[in-house]
Structures are given as C-alpha cells and as structure tokens.
Design a protein around this ligand. Sequence first.
Ligand SMILES: *Cc1c(COP(=O)(O)O)cnc(C)c1O
Length: 471
Amino acid sequence: MNYLSTRGHPDRKRFCEILLEGLAPDGGLYLPEAYPQVDTATLAKWRALPYAELAFEILSLYIDDIPPADLKAICAKTYTAEVFGTDEIVPLRELEDGVYLEALSNGPTLAFKDMAMQLLGNLFEYELARRGAELNILGATSGDTGSAAEYAMRGKKGVRVFMTSPDGRMSPFQQAQMFSLQDENIHNIAITGVFDDCQDIVKAVSNDLGFKRKYRIGTVNSINWARLLAQVVYYFAGYFQATASNDKPVSFTVPSGNFGNVCAGHVARSMGLPIQTLVVATNENDVLDEFFRTGVYRVRAAVDTHETSSPSMDISKASNFERFVFDLVGRDAAKLRKLFVDDLGLQGSFDLSADPAFKQAAERFGFKSGRSTHADRLATIRDTDKRFATLVDPHTADGLKAAREQLVPGVPMVVLETALPIKFAATLVEALGAEPARPKKFEGIEALPKRVVKLPADAEAVKAYIAENCD
Ligand SMILES: *Cc1c(COP(=O)(O)O)cnc(C)c1O
C-alpha cells in the first residue's frame, strides 16, 4: 500500500514513513492510493471477530511494512477490556427505536480520541525502537487531544511529550487529568496566554528547522493518517452491532470539529461498508454544516470562532476536510490545489455550489449535516436524561440533535458518543442541576500533586525548556 499527497507531490510513501510525519512536503495530507475493497464474504468473516482482531484485519489492508505477527500483537495490546472498560471495547446501546449510541469514550481520558491515540502510542514505540530513534512530541491543547496524547505516550520508550496549554483555561477536571501524570517522559507546560498562543508557539518551534531536526520534534495532531485509520475500525464494529446481517444499511452521526472522526466514516464507507448516511454534526462553529448545505467552505478568523459548551468542536478550519474534498473532486490534485491553496489562501473560502461535484457530496458520498446551539444542547441533555435515564455530554448532544433530524424509518442511526459527561460537568450542572457520576479511577484527582511548569507565551522559552529536558 502506497500513500500519496492530496496536493499532487510525485513521491509515494509506505505507512511507517508517514507514521512519524505530519503534512506531506507540499503541504498536502496523506491518503492511500486507493481504498481497499471489502466484499460480503469478508464482512461475514469480520462480523464475529473481537475488536482487537477486527482492528488487525482492517489495519493489515493499509500497513504492509510491519510484520503481521507484530501488528497483531500491537492491536492485541492496545484494545483490551482493561484499557477500554468492556470486552466489546465500543459497546452499542439502543436509546430509542432506531437510535443508538456507540460508546467510544471509555478509554483512559474518557473521550473518543483514546481510540486512536492508544494505538498511536504503541505504533510509535514499536517504530522508534526498530529505528533506534527518539521523538519529542510537541503539542498544543485546550483539553481532549493533549490528555489523550499524554495517556497514550506515558512511560513509552523513545518518546517524550511536551504539551502546552493555556494557563488556567482548561476545566479543573481536564487540568487534573493531565497535570497529575508523574511520568518522567510527560511534560506539561502551562502558557501564560490563550490556546492560539500555544498553537503559535508550536508553529514557531516547528518552523525552526535546525531546532526541529536537532531535537527530533514531532506532533500527534489529527491529520496523522494512523489516527484516522484507527478510527475506521469502530465504524465496522458499530455496524456489526447495529445489524444482524451485512445487507442492511446503517447511518452514523458524528459530532465534528476537525473532520477527523467523520472522515474515518467516509473511508469505511469507501471500503464498501454499507453506510447510508454520514451526518456531520456541528455546534455554532458551523463551517462544515455551511459547506454541506451550500457548497461554500468559508474558514473563520479566530475572533469569529465562538467559545461554546461543546469546546472540542470549536474550530475555525477543519484540518482533515481536504482529504474528503480530494475524493469529492475525483482525486484531481490540480483542482484540489486551486481550492485549498489559491482560493482559501486568497479569499479564505471556496465555492463548489455550482460544481457537479458538490451534488455528489450527498448523493454519492452520503453526507448530510446539522447544527446546534447551546440551548439545543441543554434541551437534548435534559430530554435524554428524562426519557431514557441516560446522561450525554454536550458534544454527543450535538450529535443526537442532528441525528434526529435525519432519521429514516428502518435504517438504524448510530450516534458516536465522543466524550463522557463528567468531562464537561459544568454544562451538565447547568442542564440538570447536578454533577454526573465520576468513574472511580478519577475520584479526587484534583487533589493529586501536579507536575507542570509555567512559561510565558514565548517560543524561545519553550525551546530552552525542551533543550534542558532532552537528555
Ligand atoms: C475532538 C473531539 C470532537 C471532534 O472530532 P474531530 O475528529 O475533530 O471532528 C468531538 N467531540 C469531542 C469530545 C472531541 O474530543
């Protein structure tokens, strides 16, 4: 299996080459040259597999530069009941007739990002050992990504994590989750500033190529292909749980920000999994909903990005969207470059409303979308509690609301549960007047000793800290 860049770079790469990389050299995103096709006989075989073995089967189609026995061992070590709470790993439960919740948030940090990040941690450790190399992961987080990365990389040989976050701006629970980690290879850096300052620092350090090379700086952001690939697996697992046979269509609704999660659904569908509709659910930051309604993709400025009660979906620009648009325009790299380099670069938007390709977004690729507001989230959280005695987090509530608008009788609708409510307790309290229960392992974490340094919003200060802590 070879990987190409969405922007047409002539090089082709293997999986382990792109595993430790971010963007392609031309600024594009990596995608497989073609999506492997899965026939009904294969689906029938996969239906009976435990999650770790299903993951191995799917990953094997995309990874041919890790010996199968090793890949199998990596999957088995990653997807255990001990780490994810149940033997099913992603148990499905019916909420009401035809509407299901797929639980993706029972990993170490209680958000779906663990599903991919836990695999990434094991893949990194494996590949770095094989190369005799080391990697220093530098990241910026306002919550879920940073903690998922730290819990995935803690104690891993060859990897250090330097995670910047805006000082005092994460929820107390998220802060405690990250700062209570005492592992030597995990470094929390609280930056005096906002999330954008953290991102600017990561960019500035990464643009210092001398420093980047000397200190082997890498990232784990959502454009990493391995993360996306790991997420493809739970679409298959959700499909098998929602159906009794492989001729039934199923739809999925996905709370979306950077378009990573739902892009994995697009890949699963492109492989032949019978997915009817992929509903992209957004909050007030509705860049994606606007595109699927109008054909216009208009990125927002930082000042026009709202701070909402589903904060992990507060994005101004969906960093994985280019992957889908590449398929939408028939994998025409020149056309893709015109949209993402020329149009977005010059005017901050592109317009496919008059392009026949836009019609295909719904008809051929099955995409629909929905949007919700803070009031919608509160109403959905209350309604779900009242009618089904089930607590959902604000992101999953965005999903449920959009899902109900797209229900088709006879077609199961699976809503991906992207976080547990305890992570966003303040909004649950606002909706219901009470805090959600907290899993035992997180009781009292706010009182644990914290391992964190405070630094000014200055890339040089962060570089000096990294240099100091690299031997
Ligand atoms: C990251 C995240 C999302 C958005 O996922 P994307 O892959 O960026 O679209 C939604 N909900 C939660 C809880 C998240 O952490």
